[in-house]
Design a protein around this ligand. Structure first.
Ligand code: M6R
Length: 609
């Protein structure tokens, strides 16, 4: 997730673009850059770190020109550095590109372009676009962009300028957001509404496959054949704060709703449902090392720890590798036995959690191979671990982690399937079937999100309770823990997550009419057992809310309230089941008037012990 802005008109493009980018920093902030056409030449400035670094650079040497494009980056391919910051140029330096998205086939394209003499200056996937446009450029930049796009696979929102034609910006959209803003003898492009609000309220929301030609006086929306497309001009009434949250009341809700997209971003280009193959090109773990793994240690904190618990089921079930999962603050002080043939996976959204980093240091000192599953490129964890598999969720702003969790699960699915295939623990057919099902998960999640208003009603009904119990079994036990954590941290209601089978060993004594129980009861090999646990809770006067599989009539008869989710293979149920618990916690907190995005006593990243 990155932010792009483009301007063409009579103002100083640099000022408008920097102002627009400052309103898009929530989309990425590890580096930023800008290019304008100044007296027929391209002038580019880039800088690592937050936008203010770029602003400081510009304050010393101002940019002049009335056509330009800019970018604020959330790295996915190539570490945060000045070379990898956008915009990127072709060999001649005449063509400049900013991009948000992922070019899946960039390695093969890059190989070909390099063999034909193109000189690359960055590690990014984006740079191939600049060279592809260069290759097809014969004086018409629009045609060259179309020809370039016909060769790429992936997602993009794109802005392109060429010094030969200072009166034009070309932009295109495929599975990444892009809008055009209409001004008075000036026009704009941006990834999102807030960037443009101070300048115009008249906007066009581009559709997949659209490619636009922008001059100061005109916006033409075309398809790849150059045919005009009719798009409605919308009048935006939002204020700036509403716009930054995409119209959602809180970042947390926005991030919950982003999950179908962020899951897709995490697996995109890394698995192929047609060939049944996983390709994690960024990892440097030889097949022999995977085959010789004696054990996996997973170490993490909070929500990331819960993802690790799901990971245990995946690695044991699919790859048949024994797994131990630890809370980092416990692991670092318990003198763990570090096995050189094991691998330690640390999971961290931020990559900066102090206890997780200390655990990483400890295993490294024991010469154990390490792998980080991390969301923030260039974070300490990603620099310290031998390998890193990035979840590509974009910045998570709500303190309560939601999309990072499902991104972590997606990364764990990819790893578990890959290692299971390499170790021949699953057949080719099974790998294909599992990959196909993972591919379908974003669509299924969209179905779950449709229940949002029903869950809101449920939250209103139960928000007066002071205690809550979440029960799950097997691969959904971690989801009970995560559901309870979400409710505690944002609504301050006491909640406990328990393996349902443990109830009769003590906690069942707590159940009465004041202690509602949310049971994760989707179809699984322990379904009958869960039904038994539901009966036990009901017999003690408990009110039971169930998360259940669509069409389950038994559960309807046995529980007080139900939230239904699509049927999927049991191993994929956690990634769907967690979402109703996120929505439930969110709405309870809203009903209680809590500060959802910044709950009391909590920090987004716990960088001290
Ligand atoms: O950045 P990390 O994933 O290492 O953070 C770990 C925990 O601090 C984090 O998951 C925390 O539990 C969240 N607030 C949960 O919503």
């Amino acid at each position: 997730m990155c932010g792009i802005v483009g301007y063409i008109g009579s103002k100083n493009a640099g000022d408008v673009i920097i102002d627009g980018l400052s309103r898009l920093e929530y989309r990425g902030y590890d580096s930023a850059g800008i290019a304008v056409i100044s007296e027929g030449k391209i002038d580019i400035r880039r800088s690592v770190g937050k936008l203010k670094q770029l602003v400081y650079q510009l304050s010393k040497n101002e940019l002049k020109g009335a056509t330009g494009i800019g970018h604020t980056r959330w790295a996915t391919h190539g570490k945060p550095s000045e070379e990898n910051a956008h915009p990127h140029t072709d060999c001649s330096g005449k063509i400049v590109v900013v991009h948000n998205g992922i070019i899946e086939n960039y390695l093969e394209l890059k190989k070909r372009l390099v063999s034909e003499g193109h000189k690359f200056k960055s590690e990014t996937d984006t740079e191939v676009l600049a060279h592809l446009v260069e290759e097809s450029y014969k004086g018409d930049i629009f045609k060259a962009v179309v020809a370039a796009l016909s060769q790429v696979r992936g997602t993009y929102a794109l802005g392109v300028i060429c010094s030969d034609n200072p009166g034009e910006i070309i932009a295109a959209r495929q599975d990444a957001p892009l809008i055009a803003g209409i001004g008075d003898n000036e026009n704009f492009i941006a990834s999102d509404i807030p960037a443009l609000l101070p300048y115009t309220r008249k906007m066009i929301f581009l559709e997949e496959g659209d490619i636009i030609r922008l001059s100061a006086s005109k916006i033409e929306v075309l398809n790849r054949k150059g045919e005009e497309q009719k798009r409605k001009i919308q009048n935006i009434a939002w204020d700036a704060v509403q716009a930054e949250k995409g119209g959602f009341k809180h970042f947390m809700l926005k991030e919950i709703f982003e999950q179908p997209q962020t899951i897709q971003d995490t697996f995109r280009g890394r698995m192929n449902p047609e060939t049944g193959k996983i390709e994690l090109g960024e990892l440097n773990i030889p097949v022999e090392a995977v085959n010789n793994l004696s054990k996996i240690n997973i170490v993490a904190c909070g929500t990331s720890y819960h993802a690790g618990l799901v990971g245990k089921f995946l690695f044991e079930n699919l790859a048949k590798i024994p797994v131990e999962v630890d809370i980092a603050s416990e692991f670092r002080y318990r003198e763990p036995i570090i096995d050189k043939n094991a691998i330690t996976i640390i999971i961290s959204q931020s990559g900066e959690t102090a206890d997780t980093l200390a655990a990483l240091k400890l295993v490294k000192s024991g010469n154990c191979r390490t792998l980080a599953i991390c969301n923030v490129m260039g974070s300490t964890a990603s620099r310290e671990a031998d390998d890193t598999l990035y979840t590509r969720c974009g910045p998570e702003i709500g303190v309560a982690s939601t999309k990072a969790f499902t991104g972590q699960l997606t990364a764990l699915y990819l790893l578990a399937i890959d290692w299971a295939s390499k170790r021949k623990a699953i057949s080719k057919e099974k790998a294909e079937a599992v990959i196909k099902e993972l591919w379908e998960i974003p669509g299924r999640l969209n179905e779950v999100l449709k229940a949002s208003e029903d869950i809101h009603a449920l939250a209103k009904e139960f928000s007066g309770k002071r205690d809550f119990l979440f029960l799950g079994r097997n691969v959904n036990y971690p989801i009970a823990l995560e559901g309870a954590l979400k409710l505690k941290e944002i609504s301050y209601i006491h909640a406990e997550g328990y393996p349902a089978g443990e109830m009769k060993h003590g906690p069942i004594a707590l159940i009465d009419e004041n202690m509602p129980v949310m049971v994760i009861a989707t179809e699984s090999k322990v379904y009958e057992k869960i039904l038994g646990n539901i009966e036990e809770a009901k017999a003690r006067g408990g009110t039971v809310l169930a998360i259940a599989s669509e069409g389950d009539t038994q559960i309807k008869a046995k529980t007080t309230r139900q939230i239904f989710v699509p049927r999927v293979d049991e191993i994929f149920s956690p990634i769907l089941n967690v979402v109703p618990t996120q929505l439930f916690s969110y709405y309870v907190a809203v009903v209680l008037g809590c500060d959802v995005d910044q709950p009391r006593n909590l920090a987004k990243s716990v960088t001290v012990e």
